[in-house]
Ligand binder design. Sequence first.
Ligand code: IVH
Length: 698
Amino acid sequence: MELSKIKERINFLVESINEHNRRYYEQNAPTISDYEFDMLLKELEQLEGLYPEYIRSDSPTSKVGSDLASDGKSPFKQYPHKYPMLSLANSYNIGELRDFDARVRKSTSENFTYNCELKFDGTGINLLYRNGILVRALTRGDGTQGDDVLRNIKTIKSIPARLSDSGNIHYPPEFEIRGEIYMPFEQFDKLNAQKELNQETLFANPRNAAAGSLKILDPDVVAQRGLQCVLYHLIAPQNVSTEHSQALKIASEWGLPISEYSKVCKDIEEVIEYLMMWDIKRKELPFPTDGMVVKVNQFALQSALGFTAKTPRWAVAYKFKPEQALTKIESIDYQVGRTGAITPVANLTPVLLSGTTIKRATLHNADQMELLDIHLGDWVYIEKGGEIIPKITAVERSKREPYAKKAIFPKTCPICGSLLYKDAEQAKYFCPNTNHCPPQIQGKFIHFCSRKALNINLGEVAIEQMWERGYIHRLEDLYNLSDLQLLSLDKWKEKSVENFRNSLEKSYQVPFSRVLFGLGIRNIGETTAKNLAKRFGSVDALKNAKREELIAIDDVGETLADCIIDYFASEENIATVEALKKAGLQFESHDNLVVSNELAGMTIMITGTYSIPRDTMKHYIESHGGKVGTSVTSSTTYLLAGDKAGDAKLKKAEKLGIPIISEEEFYRIAASPATSANEPVAKLHRDEKNDNEELTLF
Ligand code: IVH
C-alpha cells in the first residue's frame, strides 16, 4: 500500500473506532458487533506497529472507551479511580491463547496456575467498602474516573450494603472490589417487550440494557430492571491471600456475589479444555456471556508481569465466536424507511439465538441479496450484530429446494408504487415520493418530534392516527391542530392535550441547528446540521448556498450538497419552511457568535488543563475564528500547553518545530485586553441580506 493510503486508512480506523466506542460506551447503542469492532482495532494496532510515525494522539489503541457523557454534563458525581480500571486483551483463537501462555512462562521459572472464569457480558463496576459499609460504586468511566452510581447499585439485592464478619478472615478496613453488572435474558426480553408496547427505542442487547439502566436517575426505576452482579477482582491493599481464586472465595464469605463458573487450571491445556466446554454449555446459561477470562492466579506473578497502558499482562480474554443459528426464510418484507430507503427484511421460522427468539433478520440491501444469492424458502445462517435485528450471513445451499425461485428486489415502492431509484454511494434503493409516500411522511413527523429535533410530545401511534384521519400532511400542520381533533385520538385526555401544547410552545425556543436537523433533509444528521447552522447562520443563507460553497465545508461531500440542493428545489419544502418560520420556529442561529477573527486560519492543538474548563477553551478558540486540532501535525499553528500538558504532544510539537505557547501568551494572541471568553466585547453576526457572507458589527 502507498504511504498516503496507509495514513488515510489509519485516520479512517481511528475515527471510526472512536465513534463506535462512543456509541457503545456512551450511548449504549452499538451499530457493529464486538467481533467486527475487535477486527478494526486489531488492524489499527498492526498498522501502528508498522508505521509508528502515523500514530495519532487520539488513537483508541492507547486508551479504553469511556462511558462518561462527552458533553461533560453527567448527572452523577464523578470520582477518580484509585487504580485505573483497565480493559482486557482479546483473543479469538487458541493460538493466541498459547502465545499468551508462552509470554507468561517466559517471565517465570516457578510453578503457577491459571484461574479460568466466565466472561459476563455487562458493564464494569468498582465498589468501595469502608469499615464493611458500601460507600461508593463507580462505573468504569474513561478508566481513570467514573460516575458514582451508588444509589442505583443499592437496588441490586445481591450486593450487600454491609459486609458480614462471620468468616475466618476479617475484611480490610478499606478495599475495592470490581465486577460486572449484567441483565439476565428473561429481564431483557421483558424490558424490550415493555419498550415495544410504549413505542420506545429498544435496547440492542442485554449489555446495553444493563449499562443504560445503571445511568437512570430514578433508583426506583432501576430497581425494576432486574440487574445482577458478579464480582471478579478484589483489590485489597493488604492482600487477604496470595492467590486470586482464594481471595474471591474469602470475599464470598463476607457476603459478596462471586461467580460459581470458574476453575483453577494447572496449565494452558486444561484452560483450553475448560473453555471449549463452556463455548457449548454457555448457550444454556440464563445470562449473556461473551467469552472466558484467563488470569494468572498468583498475585506475586501478576505483579511481576504488570500492565500495558490499557490491559494487564497477566490476563487475557478468549472471546467466543458470535453464535449462529440455522433457520428458514418464510417471506421477505421490503420496508420503507423515513428517508425512503428500502430495506429487505426476512421473516424466519422462529429460532433461538444467544438466549432470545429470532423471527426476523435483515438482508441489508439489493446487493447483499444478490451476493448471498437468496432464494425464497432458503435455509440461512443468522448472527447477532450490534443492532437489534440480526443479520443473515450465509445460505445453506444443500437445503435449497430444487425449483426454488430467486428472490427479486422490487422495482417499485411496495407502499405507494413509485419507481425506485438506486443511490450509488449507499447501495440502497429509495422511493422518490418523499412528500406523499405514507411511511415517509409518518417517519418525517416522528423524526421532527424526536428528542434531538423539536422534542414534541407526540408518540408514533398518535402520529399514525393523525395521519390516517387526515389531520396532518405537512409538518406545519402540527401547529394548527384543534383541541377537538386532539381529543378524538385514542386515549387522549385534557392532560395529553396540555402536554402536547406545552411541548409545541417550547419548540419555539429550539435552536436553529435542531430545527434544521428536524426537517429531515436526507443525510443531514445532528452534527452536520450543527455545522451547517454555524456556517450559514440562517435557513435563507443555506437555501441560497451554491453547490461549490457547500462542498467546500469540511464534512459536506458531493452527495450531501446534492441532498441540500434537492431539498430546497422543492416548492413544497420551501412552503413548509416558510410556514414553520411563520409559526415561530427558529430559522436563524443565535449561537454562532463570532467574537473576533484573530485566530482565523489557525489550527490550535490543546493539551493539559487551563484556568477555564476545556470546553470553554475550545469555544473560545472557535469564537475567535480558529480551529481546534485533533492531533499535532505539521499544519498545527500552535500547541497550547496548559498544566500537566501531555508529554507526547510536547515532544511531537518540538520535533515538528510547532510553537508551544502558554495560556497567557495565547490570550495575548487571541484577543484585545478587554476580551474574555465569557464576555464578548463585540458580537459579529452574519448579515442576512449579504450574500457574500461578510460579517457585520452590531
Ligand atoms: S477481569 C484488570 N474478569 O470484561 C482486570 N473482567 O473486556 C480486568 N469482564 O473490563 C477485568 N467478566 O468489564 C474480568 N471474569 C471477569 C470478567 C471481566 C467480564 C469484563 C470487564 C472487563 C471487560 C474486558
